[in-house]
Write a new protein. Structure first.
Length: 69
């Protein structure tokens, strides 16, 4: 079993929410660049997929995840 001591801002709850928002916002220019159509629901799915990483980390090692940092 891996022993995790510290997960910085990228693995905090606030960091996960921010990363999810960034991913959802970056979806629109990425669709334009590829020439695909953009929908808000697809952007929300992208954001939820990014946030799911924090949920899986919470299941795997809950005591190592900070709320703020």
């Amino acid at each position: 079993m891996l022993d995790s001591y510290f997960h910085p801002y990228s693995h905090s709850l606030i960091g996960a929410v921010l990363w999810s928002g960034v991913a959802g916002l970056c979806y629109k220019p990425f669709c334009r660049w590829l020439g695909y159509g953009y929908t808000k629901s697809a952007a929300m799915v992208i954001g939820a997929a990014v946030f799911s990483h924090w949920i899986l980390d919470l299941i795997a090692h809950p005591r190592d995840l900070p709320i703020l940092r």
